[in-house]
Design a protein around this ligand. Structure first.
Ligand SMILES: Cc1cc2nc3c(=O)[nH]c(=O)nc-3n(C[C@H](O)[C@H](O)[C@H](O)COP(=O)(O)OP(=O)(O)OC[C@H]3O[C@@H](n4cnc5c(N)ncnc54)[C@H](O)[C@@H]3O)c2cc1C
Ligand code: SF4
Ligand code: SF4
Length: 392
């Protein structure tokens, strides 16, 4: 069948949505890419490179590479700052979209900064009242968005995940003690400063603890799943700190280490020879006078309480279901799992849903690395093309 006039709407412009859009466009399908935020790239566009003397295959640079390809592809129409209002389906989908002004929570003086459609830094005003001195060239979020109706023959949902909100693990003092940070904070610190520094004084930390499984595999929170990405990202970051400062002391507090990826086992063995692995989940954290932190935990070998002092504590937060999953599931008649991720209808093909013409890609379906999100998105694009009768 001809691909002429075949249209797919991809919802979500993270690595999964970008990959699905790109794969579809390569086979002549026209794509509307709808992104609620003012920027493309999702969570992973903000990640840093963790290469030491060699690439450690964290996947961060593949997001920037994909973003560059997508913004230059004429078959992909990008709608930033846009969200779905309603859907009707007869033979095809009619998707009503509206402009969306993102929350100003993370804005500095009413302005958010991120990547533009041309892959250049873009300043977006989200709060006009506060943005008196907005940088030259800043645009208003409302001017980026689209309001209207998008016609589509198929839909790919790629709206991603929410990082676990570390405020919900109160005993670790996130948000209260400056030097308790999350893995996401660590990514931005490294990206902004070129290395790891303490938020309280900008000094290089000499003694760092990583607490694994924060918000994952936690019965009390009802989050029983393994997030799959936090062991590899924590160990890569820890190894990067060691590479730059051999004297740094690193302790990893863990339950199990999720062994992911082809080269991970060897990398893990190397980490074990250079860091302390303490098999326990810490109880709580207290501040010290110099902004250092005292951590209390149970020593599983002796069965006795123990404590240690660190310059910096990193909470390895995991992946939780996206904020809009419930609404999207209702709007598109897609199943939702008890844990809140969107449900695949076929265990052997996790991009298919019970709704004809609707496919899912990336972490909207469950925890995944960047590489796994990309291959899942490739599968979703392939299924969408099969559904449309487009031959690859
Ligand atoms: C702290 C941390 C560190 C990590 N480090 C690594 C790493 O080093 N390597 C690795 O491989 N993986 C890592 N990951 C995992 C990685 O972040 C994910 O694999 C990747 O971001 C998934 O991409 P995605 O497109 O599925 O979702 P997202 O990145 O969440 O993108 C989803 C996009 O959809 C948009 N969206 C949401 N709702 C809507 C809506 N209703 N309408 C329109 N748009 C919407 C969002 O604004 C966002 O742009 C890490 C995760 C965490 C939490
Ligand atoms: S995969 Fe990660 S470590 Fe390797 S070059 Fe890319 S960003 Fe750097
Ligand atoms: S990847 Fe590691 S830290 Fe993350 S939930 Fe799984 S076991 Fe815990």
């Amino acid at each position: 069948m001809s691909t002429e006039n075949k249209k797919v709407t991809v919802i979500g412009g993270g690595i999964a949505g970008l990959t699905a859009a790109w794969e579809l466009s390569r086979f002549g399908v026209n794509v509307d890419l709808v992104e609620k935020a003012c920027f493309l790239g999702g969570h992973a566009i903000g990640f840093c490179c963790k290469a030491t003397d060699a690439c450690v295959q964290c996947g961060a640079c593949s997001v920037e590479d994909m973003l560059k390809k997508v913004v230059d592809e004429p078959a992909i129409k990008i709608h930033l700052s846009t969200e779905i209002e309603s859907i009707t389906k007869k033979n095809s989908f009619e998707i009503v979209v509206k402009k969306s002004i993102p929350s100003s929570e993370k804005a500095v003086n009413g302005v958010l900064t991120g990547f533009s459609k041309n892959n250049q830094p873009l300043n977006v005003i989200v709060d006009k009242d506060k943005a008196g001195n907005a940088p030259k060239g800043a645009v208003y979020a409302g001017d980026l968005g689209t309001s209207g109706v998008l016609e589509a023959d198929a839909v790919v949902l790629a709206t991603g995940f929410l990082p676990f909100n570390a405020d919900n693990k109160k005993t670790y003092g996130y948000g209260k003690f400056k030097n308790v940070i999350t893995g996401l904070d660590l990514e931005s610190i490294k990206r902004d400063h070129g290395g790891v520094v303490r938020p309280s004084d900008g000094q290089k930390p000499e003694k760092i603890a990583f607490i694994q499984c924060v918000g994952s595999r936690d019965e009390r929170l009802g989050n029983l799943w393994c997030s799959k990405v936090c062991c590899p990202y924590a160990l890569r970051m820890a190894e990067d700190v060691k590479f730059k400062n051999e004297a740094a002391s690193i302790s990893i507090f863990y339950m199990d280490i999720q062994n992911t990826g082809r080269n991970f086992p060897g990398f893990y063995e190397k980490c074990k020879s250079r860091m302390d692995f303490v098999r326990t989940i810490p109880v709580d954290v207290f501040p010290m006078e110099d902004d250092s932190l005292k951590m209390r935990y149970l020593n599983e070998e002796t069965g006795l309480p123990a404590e240690d002092i660190f310059d910096l504590i990193v909470l390895s937060v995991g992946i939780t279901p996206g904020a809009d999953n419930k609404t999207l599931a209702e709007q598109f008649h897609v199943g939702i799992n008890p844990d809140g991720f969107l449900a695949a209808s076929d265990p052997l093909n996790r991009s298919k849903t019970e709704s004809e013409g609707v496919f899912i890609a990336g972490t909207v379906e469950g925890p995944k690395t960047i590489a796994d999100s990309m291959s899942h998105a490739g599968q979703a694009a392939g299924e969408a093309m099969r559904y449309l009768g487009v031959s690859k």
